[in-house]
Design a binder for this molecule. Structure first.
Ligand code: CAA
Ligand code: FAD
Length: 386
């Protein structure tokens, strides 16, 4: 509310969406944030509310029960939710920018007709790529699929899977022919009832209401029509979707930084020391000014990457930059926000310390910061080496 955006390129529809997500985040999510963090559990009513608000099929066509909005709208929703709770934000982010997008972009008409309405209305989705021994080196995954008649039999396990505790729908990457290396990786649509086992739910530093589980697949029988995007195309699907998804994580980190700033700054003008509001000391003002610059820069990087993607321009380098930088900013600003509030900022009472705990994940998931730097460096090498 305090922060006007410097980008006036949002459409009326996008601005209305921002307002409605903000209201939902403040009124519905806000009162539950602390309890969900302490219980390490997403309140089911929040997931239901996201579906009812039309926020779980943001880019999906109306024909498939979606809201038929722009990619930037999804980014706006993720940002607004993160201002209040980065856990709710990542739930919505994974479901929209990873899961729905794969089905919309690579699914057959039958797969889209069957699954997109469910994913818009009530089925939560998760994206299952990482494993215990393959995180950054994602294409070294060990989950296998073997053809038997008209089915594929999946065996293996996945680790760190967001949303998987509550999900009904799993996009699972498995190798069907390891002799081809990563060119054997194939994406499968797996329904919970086909036999997905949640083996372990992680206890985490931050985004504690967002579920993160290990999954096991023990002779899970998947019909052949559930191969998504063709045999051997899984690695391309995974990384192409992650290039987009990284803009979503940038938006999550941007919202987080702004949320911490919005919460801490008013306090500095109320709290008095040495007979004056602490926010009027020049050193405090300069810290706040620098944080505002960082947030603005993260915002510009994030929305620039989003618009480039929407315009059909190259965006991989810009997405990596946005994710990397927004993660740094989120950590810096939320850390400073604690300091601006002094001792009270260090307690659970204000909720500011939670932003700092939640910020740490930005440098880890959807490609660590080193992976983003490597992605950017590859472009530099291509552009500058002969
Ligand atoms: N965009 C498009 N294609 C890319 C690419 C990119 N950014 N990076 C690599 N590729 C392609 C290459 O072109 C190559 O394909 P071809 O053989 O068809 O030309 C293929 O991938 C292999 O390339 P490399 O040998 O250079 O790549 P690698 O094996 O060293 O690593 C990678 C590739 C696994 C994609 C790695 O760079 C990476 O991004 N690791 C991080 C994995 C990740 O982001 N996991 C996220 C899991 S989901 C998640 O985390 C969700 C959540 O928390 C909320
Ligand atoms: P590693 O790959 O072992 O990395 C450890 C360190 O080594 C990092 O600092 C890394 O940057 C560095 N490193 C590794 N390789 C290189 C290199 N080549 N050059 C320089 N440095 C390198 N995955 C999913 O598939 N779906 C999900 O929904 C999902 N959700 C997640 C939610 C949470 C809360 C967490 C923690 C993880 C989630 N992940 C998910 C997994 C996430 O994408 C991986 O944790 C991440 O890609 C890093 O892999 P890793 O944990 O194995 O770390």
């Amino acid at each position: 509310h305090r922060q006007p955006t410097s980008l006036d390129t949002f459409t009326e529809e996008e601005q209305m969406l921002r307002e409605s997500v903000r209201r939902f985040a403040v009124d519905v999510v806000g009162p539950k944030v602390r309890e969900m963090d302490e219980n390490e559990m997403m309140d089911p009513s929040i997931i239901k509310g996201l579906f009812e608000q039309g926020l779980m099929g943001i880019e999906t066509s109306a024909e498939h029960s979606g809201a038929e909005c722009s990619f930037t709208s999804a980014i706006i929703a993720i940002e607004e939710l993160a201002k209040i709770d980065p856990s709710v934000s990542v739930l919505c982010d994974v479901h929209n920018t990873l899961v729905n997008t794969v089905v919309r972009k690579y699914g057959t008409k039958e797969q889209q007709d069957k699954y997109l309405p469910k994913l818009s209305e009530s089925w939560l989705g998760s994206f299952c790529l990482s494993e215990a021994a393959s995180g950054s080196d994602a294409f070294a995954l060990q989950t296998r699929a073997k053809k038997e008649g008209s089915h594929w039999i999946l065996n293996g396990s996945k680790m760190w899977i967001t949303n998987s505790y509550e999900a009904e729908f799993f996009l699972v990457f498995a190798n069907i022919d390891p002799s081809k290396g990563y060119k054997g990786i194939t994406c499968f649509i797996v329904e919970k009832d086909m036999g997905v086992q949640v083996a372990k739910k992680e206890q985490k530093l931050g985004i504690r209401a967002s579920s993160t589980c290990t999954l096991s697949f023990d002779d899970v029988k998947v019909p052949e029509e559930n191969v998504l995007g063709g045999e051997g195309n899984g690695y391309k699907i995974a990384i192409e979707i992650l290039n987009e998804g990284r803009i979503g994580i940038a938006a999550q980190m941007l919202g987080l930084a702004q949320g911490a700033f919005d919460k801490a700054v008013p306090y500095t003008f109320e709290r008095k020391q040495f007979g004056q509001p602490i926010g009027t000391f020049q050193s405090m003002q300069h810290q706040m000014a620098k944080a505002a610059i960082e947030i603005e820069a993260a915002r510009l990087l994030t929305y620039n990457a989003a618009r480039r993607k929407e315009e059909g321009l190259s965006f991989t380098r810009e997405a990596a930059m946005a994710k990397y930088y927004a993660s740094v900013v989120a950590q810096n600003v939320s850390g400073q926000a604690i300091e601006w509030c002094g001792g009270i900022g260090f307690t659970r009472e204000t909720g500011i310390e939670k932003y700092w705990r939640d910020s740490k994940i930005g440098a880890i998931y959807e490609g660590t910061s080193n992976i983003q730097l490597q992605t950017i460096a590859k472009f530099i090498q291509k552009d500058y080496s002969s």
